[in-house]
Write a protein that binds this ligand. Structure first.
Ligand code: GLY
Ligand code: MN
Ligand code: MN
Length: 443
């Protein structure tokens, strides 16, 4: 059975939000708008992560409203009504009855009636829980509703005057992944692992970068993911030094490395893997030397993912190994501690070593609390992704190093005991990578 989030878990998430509210509060949670790609063609729809996290409802044009203490029902959904004609064009809708029966809403209303109904629900409620600044058109509507209640209220019980950033409250919940979420994330990771293995297996000189991208998407879909979690990066040779290279339009050259940063989305959860391997299956001496440094730094950073360590500890561990390695290879000169203090490694490593991951690939959750790096706790999921990128134009290093870009990335869960790496089944050591490129996959 494929993992899914049980209905009771959505109820539990809403309950935790209700616990932060009182009968003077109302929460308004819109899903994402549909986005036009060009003219009358839309991008494939993806619900807002916070909205989906609380409701499990994936249709567009929906707004969840929580009204604690409302006798006729506290959890309301505004959504599209059933419409056989529209459904023939665009597919089935849950409708008002469906969101009550299948998604546990206490009450449901047509989305077209929201402007008439929400101001009434706001009466006598002084605190509005809403995540501002994500969808400006929607923010504008919330303001209009507040204005209307202010001018129309005759009840005398108070009008909305306090706004609470709902995003922060939901994001604190989302940072700690439940058992059900981790099952889904393991599935996303499993699919991505299979897809990366496929790329190593099929890669050959003169293939186009986008052919590997197609292989990745193909394998993700074949394995049950509807789409990658973000545009895949397939960067041959010096393109790997462009951190978010997504053109993927060049041929892969014999003798170059290719950096693949790609991950499947499954059940609205991301995975995020990077592997860098030789297009022809054999590392050159310089590629191998730099690769070994990045790999050692990645393993050191993964080892630092432990409850009780802080968010920055893996980065510190990675930087230490990278700097030492760069000195050993002669790309940096000086004493390691001093070079670290000065940040000399930034010539070759400009990004940080990871980010939270979950429903969003760059997931929500604060990295610092009161100015201090946050402690790692069980249930948090982070990527670990150090790299080295030697610019083609960097005249300060010998020519033989120039144009090499390497990143190695895995997804790591903080556990009670230490950590679990979700994605390490993709070849990573030099010998495993060399063996995997061009090898026949055992199905
Ligand atoms: N795939 C984007 C990242 O690794 O952050
Ligand atoms: Mn990545
Ligand atoms: Mn990443």
């Amino acid at each position: 059975m494929k993992p899914t989030t049980p209905r009771r878990e959505f109820t539990r998430r809403r309950k935790r939000l209700f616990e932060l509210m009182d009968e003077k509060s109302i929460a308004i949670i819109p899903t994402a708008p549909e986005r036009i790609r060009n003219r009358d063609i839309f991008h494939r729809y993806r619900p807002d992560s916070d909205f989906f996290y609380l409701t499990g409802f994936a249709e567009p044009e929906a707004v969840a409203v929580l009204v604690p203490g409302r006798p006729q029902g506290e959890y309301l959904m505004f959504c599209r009504e059933r419409d056989p004609e529209r459904e023939q064009w665009d597919g089935a809708r849950a409708g008002l009855e469906g969101v009550c029966n299948k998604y546990d809403a206490d009450d449901a209303f047509p989305i077209g009636d929201i402007d008439d109904i929400v101001p009434g629900l706001m009466e006598n409620r002084t605190r509005v829980f809403h995540a501002m600044g994500y969808y400006s058109d929607f923010d504008q509507r919330v303001m209009e509703w507040v204005k209307r209640v202010r001018y129309q209220s005759r009840a005398g019980g108070g009008t909305p005057h306090e706004f609470v950033g709902l995003d922060h409250l939901i994001h604190e919940q989302r940072l700690y992944k439940s058992t059900a979420e981790l099952r889904i994330m393991r599935e996303a990771a499993r699919i991505s692992v299979a897809a990366h293995q496929r790329l190593m297996s099929v890669c050959k000189p003169e293939m186009m970068e986008f052919e590997l991208e197609a292989e990745f998407t193909h394998e993700c879909m074949r394995q049950g993911s509807r789409a990658p979690a973000y545009p895949s990066i397939v960067a041959g040779g010096t393109n790997a030094c462009v951190l978010h290279y997504i053109d993927n339009t060049e041929p892969l050259k014999d003798g170059d490395l290719v950096l693949i940063d790609a991950g499947a989305e499954y059940g609205c959860y991301a995975s995020d893997i990077t592997r860098t391997f030789p297009v022809n299956g054999r590392f050159s001496e310089e590629q191998k030397a730099l690769y070994e440094v990045v790999l050692e730094s990645q393993l050191a950073a993964i080892a630092a993912v432990q409850p009780g360590n802080n968010w920055n500890d893996p980065h510190v561990a990675a930087v230490e190994v990278l700097t030492r390695g760069l000195v050993d290879l002669g790309l940096l000169k000086g004493k390691v501690p001093k070079l670290i203090d000065k940040g000399a490694y930034r010539q070759f490593y400009v990004h940080r070593t990871g980010h939270w991951m979950g429903m969003d690939v760059h997931d929500v959750g604060d990295y610092k609390i009161d100015g201090q790096w946050r402690m790692l706790e069980p249930g948090m999921v982070t990527t670990i992704e150090p790299g080295l990128y030697v610019s083609q134009d960097d005249k300060s290093v010998e020519k033989k190093w120039r144009g090499i870009g390497i990143r190695i990335e895995d997804d790591v869960v903080v556990t009670d005991q230490g950590h679990e790496v979700l994605t390490d089944a993709v070849a990573k050591s030099v010998s495993d990578v060399e063996a995997a490129v061009g090898a026949t996959l055992v199905a």
